[in-house]
Design a protein around this ligand. Structure first.
Ligand SMILES: [Fe+2]
Length: 209
């Protein structure tokens, strides 16, 4: 596991010093991921969130999405992971990992960040439909949790390319392989986003697939 990069540390400082950013975003992030507890999880959360936020902002600029909102919401999209059981990425909670999106939505709504909460809920996989939940017996409420807004799609798509296990960029071929395994509906949602955003120049230059 690589250590927290200076770029990610600088990225977090940039968020915290950015006057355009809603103070509730900063407070929630600092409350849920203080630097002095569970250093391993802090590293995973900050490195991954920064990678996704940086790439999402580039993509948002390319497609004319709300850049400040995307910057904020990408930092928060995985805010719920620490309440789940995913020891491989230092999450030692009780909830199934798949629920990190709905947990994140609750955390965001608790501080008045309703629109950010929808990003949390809808970014998991390629979004999850009520039909997926029932057909696959997933531990989630049986309702649609699919990306609706452009900003939700931007963050969901960018997130596919960043692994929390390796903290590296995942090549398109591997992303495609993984998504195909989640079924036809998920694969076709990914293909639609790939058609919409297909140019991968929003990924870090040295690591583009
Ligand atoms: Fe993520």
């Amino acid at each position: 596991m690589p250590s927290l990069s200076s770029a990610a540390v600088a990225g977090l400082a940039q968020l915290l010093n950015d006057e355009r950013v809603d103070p509730a975003v900063k407070e929630l992030l600092l409350r849920e991921y203080p630097a002095d507890t569970n250093r391993d999880l802090y590293r995973v959360f900050v490195e991954h969130s920064w990678s996704v936020a940086e790439a999402s902002v580039k993509l948002a600029q390319q497609v004319g999405a709300d850049v400040v909102f995307v910057w904020e919401a990408a930092w928060l999209h995985d805010i719920g992971i620490k309440y789940t059981h995913a020891p491989g990425i230092f999450c030692f909670g009780d909830e199934p990992y798949l629920r990190h999106g709905i947990i994140g939505r609750k955390l965001c709504e608790g501080v008045g960040l309703k629109r950010h909460g929808l990003v949390c809920e809808r970014h998991v996989g390629t979004g999850i439909s009520g039909h997926d939940v029932e057909a696959q017996g997933l531990p989630l409420p049986a309702r649609d949790m699919l990306c609706v807004s452009l900003e939700e799609r931007v963050i969901c798509f960018a997130d596919q390319f960043f692994s929390k296990s390796t903290l590296g960029v995942v090549p398109l071929e591997e992303v495609s392989r993984r998504i195909r395994r989640h079924g036809e509906a998920s694969w076709s949602r990914f293909q639609e986003m790939n058609k919409e955003f297909g140019n991968l120049s929003f990924l870090p230059e040295s690591k583009q697939a």
